[in-house]
Ligand binder design. Structure first.
Ligand SMILES: N[C@@H](CCC(=O)NCCCC(=O)O)C(=O)O
Length: 251
């Protein structure tokens, strides 16, 4: 009998379409979960009042926190209010932050990407820069919205992996090239998190919570984009998928 695919939850963004709210997750994340991690993706609505976290974590084998154009609400990390016009998603914040804390506590495998990384840092007590590109000495980590989408998600800069960390063990090279599509970034890293990669301007580009009982990794770049074309991205999704399979088997 073939092995059951691990069930991997992907928390949704909320979007107002016409008069109604929709709960949606980007297809590139769901495809990477299905095709590179080997999981069965399950989009979870951003309805904190309806999603019972304990019941969800009993049923799923892993969680992928995806990127999003929206920003984490700064009040959640004691930051100044966002500039007018900033896109927020309070419903996603309300589900994701407690879900991240519970998943890490229980050892449910977790992979977080871009906004997902920012959520993990905030969920554990860290803070964010709201506009990295305006900080003297920092690079511009944003995409150019005037370029075709393939160029926006193309390689933008390199990051240096922290020796002897999880990423270093998975990738086995000191530097890798990544894409970059974000305004925000880690300011103060939350207690317990260990930086796993940094950009040349010092920005934390990946981290893990080493004392958590299960696989967990957060990256600021987008390994889900054309995942099969980048061996490093495949490596990350396969490692996450294997951790989810082990949980599904009860190893
Ligand atoms: N809004 C935050 C997070 C950036 C992010 O997650 N971008 C993803 C864009 C859409 C996608 O590819 O899913 C920031 O600007 O830092």
């Amino acid at each position: 009998m073939s092995e059951r695919k691990p069930l991997i939850a992907v928390p949704a963004d909320t979007r107002l379409l016409g008069h109604h709210w929709f709960h949606a997750a980007g297809e590139k994340y769901l495809r990477a979960v299905a095709e590179a991690a080997g999981g069965l993706p399950l989009v979870v609505p951003a309805m904190a009042e309806a999603v019972e976290i304990d019941a969800l974590l009993e049923r799923v084998d892993g969680l992928l926190f995806p990127g999003s154009p929206s920003n984490v609400e700064p009040a959640l990390y004691g930051g100044p209010p966002s500039v007018e016009g900033t896109l927020h998603d309070p419903a996603r914040d309300a589900l994701s932050l407690p879900l991240i804390r519970a998943a890490l506590d229980r050892g449910v495998p977790l992979f977080a990407i871009c906004r997902g990384l920012q959520e993990v840092n905030v969920a554990l007590g860290g803070t964010l820069h709201q506009r990295v590109q305006e900080i003297p000495g920092m690079q511009d980590h944003r995409e150019n919205p005037d370029l075709p989408v393939e160029a926006q998600y193309g390689i933008a800069h390199e990051v240096t992996l922290v020796p002897d960390g999880l990423l270093d063990a998975l990738i086995g090279r000191p530097r890798i090239a990544v894409n970059s599509l974000h305004w925000q970034g880690v300011d103060r890293l939350a207690p317990g998190l260990r930086a796993e990669a940094r950009a040349d301007d010092g920005l934390v580009e990946a981290f893990t919570l080493p004392d958590a009982p299960g696989f967990n990794l957060a990256v600021q770049w987008h390994p889900e984009w054309m995942v099969h074309d980048n061996p490093d991205s495949v490596t990350l999704f396969e490692a996450f998928g294997e951790a989810c399979r082990q949980r599904s088997r009860g190893d």
